[in-house]
Write a protein that binds this ligand. Structure first.
Ligand SMILES: Nc1ncnc2c1ncn2[C@@H]1O[C@H](COP(=O)(O)OP(=O)(O)OP(=O)(O)O)[C@@H](O)[C@H]1O
Ligand SMILES: [Mg+2]
Length: 283
């Protein structure tokens, strides 16, 4: 059995009288990516803050690497990496010196900096002041800093929001590599395509409640009750057909007559599931 790195049980949190997390349960194993997916205000950042010891839960328990989150200390911080939208860089220091500073703080060998710069594609910017980096480059530097000490768990709060598609893809590739190396990644996102691509499990969070939890595929298939097929015929005519003996006959006939240009099943995406469960858009 794969090691359980994070166990969240019956976690609840209120701000004043407003309940922002209600009975949240989740598990993250070594070498897995768990995504908390939900619209603005759903409680994603609050969850990360509680998991990383920055906020106290009102009830429930959170265990990280065997330690209760209320007892997170320096030795635990050495085993986790955190990237949030408030993570900054020292703008006047060079890219290299930013990493050197954190390597010293975290007890990581300085020899790990150059290979890491290469890996995240910031080799050429090594001697530039961090303040002169583009947004995507800054984001990669912040990510590099969070993985410099090879943490067991990486927390990412919307790691690709605002990045161009190419940089976002590079970040995705890096995250999948880190996962292959055994790192456990807890990420939040609005982006259901990102979640589908990266996450082993996702929690769909709406107003502090997990409304669905499972692998992206499991969740989508659960909501695939009415099976539908989209067919485009060679003449350009398009049909969307629900599963029925009559339509099966039609499709079979078209296949036999070689009339089909394209045919697709229309299973739901995480976005459509979310909309169905909550009546709310994700973005
Ligand atoms: N320190 C705080 N004091 C009072 N209310 C707060 C505080 N932090 C968050 N909230 C409220 O808790 C709810 C959840 O906020 P949270 O930041 O966790 O949402 P989120 O899912 O991260 O949203 P976003 O996608 O916009 O980042 C919101 O209604 C927010 O206004
Ligand atoms: Mg947030």
């Amino acid at each position: 059995m794969n090691q359980e790195y994070i166990t969240v049980s019956h976690l609840s949190k209120k701000f004043a009288r407003k309940e922002v997390l209600k009975d949240v349960n989740a598990i993250l194993h070594r070498g897995e990516i768990l995504g908390f997916l939900g619209p603005s205000g759903a409680g994603k950042t609050t969850t990360i803050k509680i998991l990383t010891g920055q906020l106290k839960p009102d009830s429930g328990t959170v265990r990280i690497l065997g330690t209760d989150c209320s007892r997170i200390d320096e030795s635990l911080y050495e085993q986790i990496g955190i990237v949030t939208d408030t993570s900054g860089v020292y703008e006047r220091m060079t890219v290299y010196d930013n990493l050197k500073y954190f390597a010293r703080l975290l007890g990581a060998p300085l020899s790990s900096i150059d290979p890491l710069l290469k890996r995240i594609g910031l080799e050429e910017q090594k001697k530039q002041p961090a303040g002169k980096l583009s947004k995507g480059q800054t984001q990669r530097l912040i990510l590099a800093r969070a993985i410099l000490h090879r943490p067991k768990i990486l927390f990412l709060d919307e790691p690709t929001s605002g990045l161009d598609p190419t940089t976002a893809l590079e970040v995705h590739r890096l995250l999948l590599e880190l996962k292959e190396e055994g790192m456990a990644i807890f990420l939040t996102t609005h982006n259901m395509e990102e979640a589908t691509k990266l996450c082993d499990h996702v929690a769909l969070l709406n107003e502090g409640v997990i409304v669905e939890y499972g692998t992206p595929e499991e969740i989508c298939l659960k909501y695939n009750q009415v099976k539908r097929y989209r067919v485009q015929l060679k003449g350009g005519v398009r049909h969307t057909l629900t599963h029925s003996p009559e339509n099966a006959g039609k499709i079979s006939h078209w296949l036999e007559e070689n009339e089909i240009e394209t045919i697709h099943s229309c299973e739901p995406t995480l976005e459509t599931v979310f909309l169905e469960v909550t009546g709310r858009e994700l973005q």
